[in-house]
Design a protein around this ligand. Structure first.
Ligand code: G4P
Length: 283
């Protein structure tokens, strides 16, 4: 799902989220574990400031586990509950239930003190496009879920998915925009495939990937493409083209084909579990 954000869209999305926030106890925010900060919306902290907060580090299957652990500690240090996740897999969803209850403990206790029994925790899934919100809702809710909500024709209301006796989830995720005015963020989003390729120069993108890999994951390019990592970016790209038989009709090396191949292999995880953004850099 790709979005073009304009100021009007952003205002509307923000207003919608402000309304939805009134209905919930917990914000379940999905981020991409490969770029945990760049895949966050700048306004979500302000929007959800009165709420319990859970960050799901999604696509953790594609990210560097040691960095995911550091990022979890980073977010926990800021008061969020954190769970690493592959939203496509059912494993781990049970653990989320427990964390949801833990995150909403205060509210549950408060209800108890006021004599309110068995009122489910209400949660909402939010995130920028493509982080896996729909996948998560489908997997988490599963087939057995029952939809609750206001009766049709009576009032136009929200649909809630009843997950179990303790938790209800708003059935439509809140979609917010990324910090795309930041060039570095734009680049990271492009690398993970969250910005349309047509508007990007794939050659430049691959050179950026080469730069990051050489610095943060030395040996990866050499291991996968049998290239000499001491060269500059174009040199490496040329060698990848040669070793992977990316040639044009006349026998000339096809740099763009090699660039696409490399970026595709990164996105699909074939280059390994790679995190682009490291937490210590943010401190
Ligand atoms: P959104 O609602 O936040 O926009 O995201 P959505 O669920 O549509 O997921 C975006 C893409 O990310 C989908 O791939 C989805 O399968 C994939 N995805 C979601 N969670 C995970 C995860 O934890 N790990 C990995 N590796 N991928 C994940 P797609 O290519 O757009 O669609 P499809 O190939 O699954 O059909």
């Amino acid at each position: 799902m790709h979005f073009q954000w304009y100021p009007g869209h952003m205002t509307k999305a923000k207003r919608q989220m402000q309304e939805d926030m009134k209905l919930i106890d917990l914000v379940i925010e999905l981020v991409d574990a490969r770029i945990p900060l760049s895949s966050r919306n700048p306004d979500i902290d302000e929007l959800g400031k009165q709420k319990a907060r859970l960050i799901l580090m999604n696509k953790a299957d594609l990210a560097d586990e040691s960095q995911t652990k550091l990022w979890s500690e980073f977010f926990q240090g800021k008061g969020y509950f954190v769970v690493r996740l592959d939203a496509r897999s059912k494993a781990g969803m049970k653990a989320i239930n427990n964390v949801v209850l833990e995150a909403c403990k205060e509210k549950i206790e408060r209800d108890k003190r006021r004599g309110i029994k068995n009122r489910p925790v209400r949660a909402m899934v939010v995130g920028i496009p493509n982080v896996g919100k729909s996948t998560f809702i489908n997997t988490y809710a599963g087939k057995a879920c029952t939809k609750t909500g206001n009766k049709p024709g009576v009032t136009k209301g929200k649909q809630w998915i009843r997950l179990n006796k303790n938790v209800e989830l708003l059935d439509t995720p809140g979609i917010l925009w990324p910090k795309f005015e930041d060039q570095q963020v734009g680049l990271y989003l492009a690398l993970i495939g969250s910005i349309k390729d047509e508007i990007l120069n794939i050659d430049e993108l691959s050179l950026e990937l080469v730069r990051i890999l050489k610095e943060k994951y030395p040996g990866t390019l050499a291991g996968r493409y049998e290239v000499e990592e001491g060269q500059d970016g174009p040199g490496i790209l040329g060698q990848v083209a040669q070793n992977r038989n990316c040639v044009k009709k006349g026998g000339e090396l096809d740099y763009s084909k090699a660039a696409s191949l490399m970026v595709d292999e990164f996105r699909s995880g074939r280059l390994g579990k790679i995190t682009l953004e490291f937490p210590q850099r943010q401190e």
